[in-house]
Design a protein around this ligand. Structure first.
Ligand SMILES: [Zn+2]
Length: 271
């Protein structure tokens, strides 16, 4: 099992980082987690045909985690998918899918009239709740409420297990008391740090505003302590807030609390 960081960016458009998305690869099959900006291009850049991606897992529904969903859905169909897309996520995943389906009705009808078959348009939705688990192909997937993320009550962390490897995607937010036991012994822990001093310094927010933003995200200290307590093999930092924060500073801060490898993730890095 391999992890590909498809998009390590944050909400502001960046020439260097796509919107948030990750890929899990098992036996040559690609599984998508979140679908931020540019997700189709990033799947292609990672060397996988979009039409062959049949499973999409969402962590939560802040727009930067699904702005690429509609593009992914229609592109997958247009370029050859014949099987239903399977979408998993916390509430309100069903509603998000239902609304998205209206978006391309006009386009789909035009293409269907021109003779394009409708195979590949169907979406099967599975709502996941914290504490739940599913098996997809040969992957054991557990979900938990591993983070607290402002007003977003419906957010889940994913634990993927296959090929005797464990990849833990914590998603946005500061750790809950569940994250350490949930991440126990993972080979890879991916977390999203927030550096409040850099919010003030680099994007000119007031210290008060920086504090509010930081309260909805993981501090570097929380990431370091979580990694150390869970005994993970390495920590990957993604989706930095602010997006132009100094990576080496984030790594240095996390490393004060965790002695293992801390890697600042870049788009298309593989682990
Ligand atoms: Zn978020």
């Amino acid at each position: 099992m391999e992890l590909i960081l498809l998009g390590t960016g944050s909400p502001p458009p960046s020439p260097d980082r796509s919107g948030h998305a990750d890929g899990i690869v098992v036996d040559g099959r690609f599984y998508l987690v979140d679908a931020g900006r540019n997700v189709c291009r990033q799947i292609a850049a990672a060397g996988f045909p979009v039409k062959d991606v049949d499973h999409l897992f969402f962590t939560h529904f802040h727009s930067d985690h699904f702005t690429g969903f509609a593009d992914f859905y229609i592109t997958r169909w247009l370029f050859g998918a014949q099987t239903p897309l399977r979408v998993y996520g916390p509430d309100p995943v069903e509603e998000i899918v239902k609304r998205m389906l209206h978006y391309y009705e006009y386009d789909i009808e035009i293409r269907a009239e021109e003779g394009k078959t409708r195979g590949g348009l169907e979406i099967e939705v599975t709502t996941l709740a914290p504490g739940g688990s599913i098996e997809v192909d040969d992957i054991q997937i557990n979900v938990e409420k591993g983070t607290r993320h402002g007003n977003v009550d419906d957010i889940i962390s994913y634990r993927f297990e296959a090929d005797a490897r464990v990849i833990l995607l914590a998603s946005d937010g500061s750790p809950t008391e569940k994250l350490v036991p949930f991440a126990k012994g993972a080979d890879i822990l991916v977390m999203h740090p927030c550096l409040p001093d850099q919010i003030v310094e680099l994007i000119g927010q007031t210290p008060e505003m920086a504090k509010i933003i930081a309260a909805h995200h993981a501090t570097t200290e929380e990431i370091g302590r979580t990694a150390a307590d869970a005994g993970v093999g390495m920590v990957i930092l993604s989706h930095l807030t602010p997006p132009n924060a100094a990576e080496e500073l984030a790594v240095e801060e996390v490393s004060r609390y965790y002695g293992g490898k801390v890697i600042p993730g870049r788009d298309l890095d593989r682990f």
